[in-house]
Design a protein. Structure first.
Length: 94
């Protein structure tokens, strides 16, 4: 389900820090339908929100839109157009 080198780098960085990364949401549906996904929702277990923000900041703009709920949005420049990621942190209280 990994679509790009960029996604591989993001997943690897999170997993190298001890996180477990899973793709969720519309990207799963798009994968089954065989169509490209415009954004990507992932869930991360085992890392604190602060740690995830630090890791993701090396890939683009990080916006913690829902600190109370553990939601982070990452926007990257991919092929001259923004690429959006929504990261949900589970099992961690910020």
């Amino acid at each position: 389900m990994i679509e790009s080198v960029e996604q591989t780098k993001i997943y690897s960085a999170l997993e190298s820090a001890g996180g477990k990364v899973m793709v969720i949401g519309g990207a799963c549906r798009d994968f089954i339908l065989g169509v490209p996904s415009k954004d990507l929702d992932i869930e991360v277990h085992g890392l604190s929100l602060d740690n995830i923000e630090t890791i993701l900041s090396q890939f683009g703009k990080v916006n913690t839109v829902g600190r109370k709920f553990g939601i982070v949005k990452l926007t990257t420049d991919r092929y001259y157009a923004p690429r959006g990621y929504t990261i949900q942190v589970f099992g961690v209280h910020p």
